[in-house]
Design a protein around this ligand. Structure first.
Ligand SMILES: *Cc1c(COP(=O)(O)O)cnc(C)c1O
Length: 621
């Protein structure tokens, strides 16, 4: 075997494979000693054989000198990261082995100090809120656009103007310097979960005067650099025409989410700005060390190295194939809809521009003012497109103005049926389901999904017995769903959601933001100080929340840590109470929550939330 063989492989993976093949005698951690230690007991032996010996030869400690240093960025790991930076268009790239959750925290630790203002979308990932707590930062929120279909809207471009940001800072009850012209860091989720993409170049120049550092959380969007469809619309893109002033920019990407890496693999990309503001890279190196284990799992690191190589060799082809598969699927959904419409029958609708033919031209995918299909109010200055790869299917039930139709098929029933058929959507709303056309999705799998959706329609038309498709739910709640068919269930659930006006209620969730009573970290410290208690949801108004309260759907926090639960008749509290009621009416189809404890009392589900104790004066917090 010649070394040449390994040199053709990407640098870290090549070096790791070469070392593993040598079967060296390791007198170091990990204690399994190339898997040998596992073989002496049945569970260990099974584990070893299941994963195969190569994995164990490749799981070595940082004491192997020829593999350089992951933590110090030396040798093959440094070479791998340098190449990835080149491939993804960054000045500097770090491979992060605990997901974008950690990559986001690294960015915060490298840029933010206690008391600093950070501008964050309320539709951000929870790791961003964790970073705010850890850094004792003061959040100033950008709000997502309300969407009639219950999708998580993007932030309107008017909120990126200096005027808007200064007004937000001035209005912040927590900002100590209300005249501050700049926030330290701005965090934007690009794309949104539902695949709405910002023109990142435009956002960068709009925010240049208002933020010292920019972070684009591209957890779902690591592929953008590899297809011209996404030009100008991702953090590391370089716009040559308008290379105006912009601040230092970070992108964090879950390489495992829509590229082909192992779970937990993430990349942090960084590019210095064009102005005088520069990041001291030593801070970034140190922040990364603070969040990394001193015992990195090398196969994960190799997986990132290999993914960079895959994207260099075949990124465009992979993307082009996935994009075409997604567009074909969308057309198939639309054509089936036209056929059913002729017979006066219902069908799913893909959430997308209403055009007869959609080409892979970004212009076709633009969210334009006045477009009904978006279910949102889009303004002239918004520069947003829909990513064809994120396919949202709308089920019948909602109009573009959030009013509700007579026929309704709640998406949670469709999801449950799909699960029974071995199909798992990414996300489910009240009347929508999201499917990701990742590069790993084959045409066959897309065709199969289409068949199963047609099957659902048949089962629904037959009013198939619930016990047939959801035996677990039927068994868990004896009597509740007896003699109930799929269509019956949809009808009664829809009737409830319709009388509750659920879609208008969820669209109004951000019409008035809850009051920030204390900074998020202060709310969190209440736990270690023993100053918190549980209260029933009904008793929450006026109290200060310890946690983020996050219902799925819609998947955006309605209360952030440190915010006061608003009055009982506010959109937020009404929405939360409706969820509690829904859980009681439709057991087995409960909504998922972060930040809510559910108990079972006298045959009913009760919601509890964590709040700070009242202070001596009797005032909450
Ligand atoms: C999933 C996700 C993260 C966290 O990524 P992990 O790789 O799972 O840690 C961060 N931000 C967004 C927007 C995400 O969706």
């Amino acid at each position: 075997m010649t070394d040449e063989k390994y040199e053709k492989l990407p640098p870290f993976y090549g070096a790791l494979k070469k070392f593993a093949k040598k079967k060296a005698a390791l007198w170091s951690t990990p204690g399994h000693a190339s898997g040998n230690g596992l073989k002496s007991c049945p569970a260990g032996k099974d584990f070893y054989e299941f994963f195969g010996h190569n994995l164990f030869y490749a799981d070595v400690s940082s004491s192997v000198e020829e593999l350089g240093s992951v933590l110090e960025h030396q040798g093959p790991p440094a070479e791998a990261e340098r190449r990835a930076a080149e491939i993804f268009g960054a000045d500097v790239t770090f491979f992060v082995l605990n997901g974008t959750s950690t990559a986001n925290k690294v960015v915060f630790f490298a840029t933010v100090a206690p008391g600093d203002l950070v501008l964050v979308g309320r539709n951000c990932h929870k790791s961003v809120m964790h970073a705010i707590i850890m850094n004792e930062a003061i959040p100033v929120y950008l709000t997502p656009k309300p969407c009639a279909y219950g999708l998580i809207g993007p932030v309107g471009f008017e909120q990126f103007s200096q005027k808007s940001i200064r007004a937000k800072i001035a209005a912040s009850p927590l900002a100590t310097n209300k005249k501050a012209a700049k926030v330290q860091l701005s965090v934007l989720t690009n794309s949104t979960y539902d695949g709405v993409i910002y023109n990142a170049e435009k956002v960068k120049s709009l925010l240049a005067g208002s933020a010292r550092f920019l972070l684009f959380d591209e957890a779902w969007y690591a592929y953008a650099a590899f297809h011209p469809f996404y030009e100008h619309r991702y953090a590391m893109s370089l716009c040559f025409k308008r290379r105006g002033h912009y601040p230092p920019v970070f992108a964090t990407q879950s390489t495992h989410k829509l590229l082909l890496a192992f779970s937990q693999c993430s990349m942090l990309h960084f590019r210095q700005g064009t102005g005088s503001e520069k990041l001291d890279l030593r801070g970034l190196v140190e922040a990364n060390l603070m969040h990394a284990s001193t015992s990195p799992f090398y196969p994960l690191f190799a997986s990132l190295d290999v993914n960079a190589q895959i994207m260099k060799d075949s990124g465009y082809d992979l993307l082009n194939k996935a994009l075409n598969a997604a567009v074909r699927f969308r057309s198939a959904i639309r054509r089936a809809g036209e056929r059913y419409a002729k017979k006066g029958e219902w069908w799913f609708k893909a959430w997308q521009p209403e055009r007869k033919r959609l080409e892979l031209d970004p212009k076709d995918w633009r969210l334009k003012p006045g477009d009904k299909w978006t279910g949102m109010v889009i303004s002239e200055e918004d520069d947003l497109i829909l990513d064809p790869l994120k396919v949202t299917l709308l089920t019948p039930g909602v109009n573009a103005d959030a009013s509700m139709t007579d026929l309704g098929i709640p998406a949670c029933v469709v999801k449950k049926y799909l699960q029974a058929r071995g199909v798992i959507p990414e996300k489910t709303g009240f009347y929508n389901l999201l499917f990701l056309f990742a590069p790993g999705v084959s045409t066959e799998r897309a065709a199969e999904l289409l068949r199963i959706l047609h099957d659902f329609k048949l089962e629904y038309a037959d009013n198939a017995a619930l016990s047939e498709w959801f035996p677990d739910i039927a068994a868990a709640y004896p009597g509740r769903y007896e003699k109930t068919g799929l269509a019956d269930l949809c009808a009664s659930m829809h009737a409830y959601l319709k009388q509750a006006d659920i879609m208008r209620r969820s669209a109004s969730l951000y019409s008035e933001l809850p009051v920030q009573a204390v900074a998020p970290h202060k709310a969190y410290y209440g736990l270690s100080e023993g100053k918190t208690e549980y209260v029933r949801l009904a008793d929450a108004p006026g109290r200060v929340s310890v946690f983020m309260v996050l219902p799925y759907p819609p998947g955006v926090p309605v209360i952030m840590p440190g915010e006061r639960f608003p009055a009982a008749d506010s959109p937020v509290m009404r929405f939360l109470r409706l969820n509690e009621e829904f859980d009681n009416l439709f057991p087995g189809f409960e909504t998922e929550f972060h930040g809510v404890k559910k108990t079972w009392e006298n045959g009913k589900t009760v919601y509890w939330v964590s709040v700070l104790n009242k202070t001596k004066k009797g005032k909450a917090a």
